[in-house]
Ligand binder design. Structure first.
Ligand SMILES: *Cc1c(COP(=O)(O)O)cnc(C)c1O
Length: 454
C-alpha cells in the first residue's frame, strides 16, 4: 500500500494530507489519533454529495501556529505579544468558529451580519467576553449601531477605520480603534490589487497625526500569497508609518499583518510556516531597534491557511461520457456541482488535490475531466496538468460506484455556494472523537424554492 499512498500523496505533512491513508481494500481512511474513519463506508451511509468537516485538523493547525509563534519569538528575541484573530468570512459555520475560539482564537468580522452572529454567541454564553473582535468592512448605520451596543456592554470590540468618513463616524467611540493602511507594496496573490480601495494611505494617516484611542495599525494585502518575500515586504513598508504614528499616539502598540498565508492546494512546495514567522518577527525586532521604539505586538489573521485542510468534499461519479479528439478520454460526471459548491473552481480556476475514495489501488487508471450536475458548460474541472488520472469504471468491484474526494475545501467555498439550476448544497458531516454527526442535511427542493419566493 505504500506505493498507493505515494501515488495519491497521502500521509504527507508538507501536503496537508498527514491524516489520510488507504486501507487494504484500497479505500480512503482518515485517522484522528487512535480513531479511524472509513470514508467510503461513511458516504454510502449518509449519501453523497457530502462535505466532511474535521475539527481536529483545525485544532492541530491553530495549536501548531501558536507553538511556532512561541518558538520563533524565543529564537528571534521578539518580546511583543502575539494574537490570532480568525477572519470569520473564511468560513462562518458555527462548528468552525466555536472550535477555533475554544483553541484560543480571537475574531475578525467583515460585516454587520457576522458581528450579529458573534453577539449571539455571547448571548448564549458560548464564549468569554475577553475575546476581542476586530471590525473591518464598511461601517453601515446598522453595523455602527451594533458596534456601539456591544462595546457599551463591555465587550472587546475594535473598529478598524477604513476610510476618512469612518473616522468621523467613530469620533464618539470610547474603546480602542485601529486604522487600516493601504500599502504601496504589491504582491502576487488571489486579489486584484492594482487599485486597492481599502484603507487610508500612509500620507493620509500621517496627516491626521493624532487619532483617538489608536491601538492597531492594520494591513491586509492579498490572499494565497505564494512567494515568501511577499509575506515580509508589506511589513517593512507598514512599519515606517507605525513608527512615525507612534510618536503622536503612544497608545498605538500593535501591528495587524492581516491574512494571506498560502495553502499548498496542488501539493507544490511552498514556504514553511516557521520561516515566515521567523522573518516577520525578525523584521519587527530589527526595525524597532532602528526606530528606537518598543517592539509592537502582532496580530495575524491567516484564514485560508488554518481552515482549508479541515474540510473535504465527496462526490459520486454518476456517469461517464467518452470524448473524442480531446486531451482526455472521458468526462466523469459527478453528483454535485463545481460551480455551486466549489465556486473558486470557476471564479479563480482554483486547482484542488483530488483523490478517489475507493479504488485507490485500481490497476488501471484513465485520463479524465470532471463535470458537475448543472447544465452549464462552465461547471467542470480540468486539472492543472491538463488531465486527471482516475480509476477506470470497469475496474471497480461489481455493483460498486466510484466516489472522489476534493481536499482542502474548508476555506471560502461554503459562503460562496450558490444555486445554479437550483441544485442543493451537499450534506455536511462532522467527524470527531470517533463519531459521525450530521451538521446539516442536503438541501431539498422546498428549502431552495423558498429562497426564490416559492
Ligand atoms: C479575508 C481576510 C483575511 C483572511 O485572508 P486569508 O487569505 O484567508 O488568510 C484576513 N484579514 C482580513 C482583513 C480579510 O479581509
Amino acid at each position: 500500500m505504500s506505493q498507493v499512498r505515494k501515488l495519491w500523496k497521502l500521509g504527507r505533512k508538507d501536503a496537508n494530507t498527514a491524516c489520510f491513508d488507504v486501507n487494504r481494500d484500497g479505500e480512503l481512511i482518515v485517522k484522528e489519533g487512535n480513531y479511524q474513519y472509513n470514508i467510503f463506508d461513511l458516504v454510502r451511509k449518509v449519501g453523497s454529495p457530502v462535505e466532511v468537516f474535521l475539527p481536529f485538523i483545525l485544532e492541530q493547525r491553530l495549536e501548531h501556529l501558536f507553538d511556532t509563534l512561541k518558538e520563533q519569538a524565543r529564537e528571534t528575541g521578539y518580546r511583543g505579544k502575539y494574537y490570532y484573530h480568525y477572519p470569520m468570512k473564511v468560513n462562518q459555520n458555527k462548528e468552525f468558529v466555536l472550535t477555533l475560539v475554544a483553541e484560543g482564537a480571537h475574531l475578525e468580522v467583515a460585516s454587520s451580519n457576522e458581528l450579529w452572529l458573534v453577539q449571539r454567541l455571547w448571548q448564549e454564553e458560548n464564549f468569554s467576553s475577553k475575546i476581542r473582535v476586530l471590525c473591518n468592512g464598511p461601517k453601515t448605520p446598522e453595523y455602527l449601531k451594533l458596534i456601539h451596543k456591544l462595546a457599551d456592554n463591555n465587550l472587546s470590540i475594535v473598529p478598524i477605520v477604513e476610510n476618512l468618513d469612518e473616522l468621523d463616524l467613530l469620533k464618539d467611540f470610547k474603546g480602542d480603534i485601529g486604522v487600516r493602511i493601504n500599502l504601496k507594496t504589491k504582491v502576487k496573490s488571489h486579489w486584484d490589487n492594482k487599485f486597492d480601495r481599502f484603507g487610508l494611505t500612509s500620507e493620509e494617516i500621517l496627516e491626521i497625526g493624532k487619532f483617538r484611542n489608536l491601538k492597531i495599525l492594520h494591513y491586509h494585502i492579498g490572499s494565497q500569497i505564494e512567494r515568501e518575500r511577499d509575506m515580509i515586504a508589506p511589513l517593512t513598508e507598514a512599519f515606517k508609518t507605525y513608527a512615525a504614528l507612534k510618536k503622536k499616539n503612544p497608545s498605538l502598540d500593535t501591528i495587524d499583518v492581516g491574512g494571506g498565508l498560502a495553502v499548498p492546494y496542488e501539493k507544490k512546495r511552498l514556504y514553511k510556516l516557521d520561516r515566515v514567522v521567523n522573518r516577520l518577527l525578525t523584521t519587527m525586532v530589527e526595525l524597532s531597534e532602528e526606530a528606537k521604539i518598543a517592539q509592537p505586538n502582532v496580530i495575524v489573521e491567516w484564514g485560508r491557511y488554518i481552515t482549508a485542510p479541515a474540510q473535504f468534499t465527496v462526490y459520486k461519479v454518476v456517469a461517464e461520457k467518452q470524448m473524442e479528439k480531446a486531451p482526455v478520454s472521458s468526462w466523469y460526471i459527478v453528483d454535485g456541482s463545481f460551480m455551486n459548491d466549489l465556486l473558486d473552481t470557476w471564479a479563480l480556476h482554483q486547482k484542488w488535490h483530488i483523490v478517489p475514495v475507493n479504488g485507490l489501488d485500481a490497476e488501471h487508471r484513465k485520463r479524465v475531466w470532471l463535470a458537475g450536475l448543472s447544465c452549464d458548460a462552465d461547471d467542470q474541472y480540468t486539472a492543472s496538468e491538463g488531465y486527471l488520472l482516475m480509476p477506470r469504471m470497469d475496474d471497480m468491484r461489481p455493483g460498486e460506484d466510484l466516489y472522489i474526494a476534493i481536499l482542502d475545501t474548508g476555506a471560502y467555498q461554503d459562503a460562496f455556494a450558490s444555486h445554479h439550476c437550483l441544485l442543493g448544497s451537499p450534506t455536511k458531516i462532522v467527524l470527531q472523537n470517533g463519531l459521525l454527526s450530521v451538521a446539516r442535511k442536503k438541501e431539498g427542493p422546498q428549502e431552495i424554492g423558498k429562497l426564490f419566493g416559492w
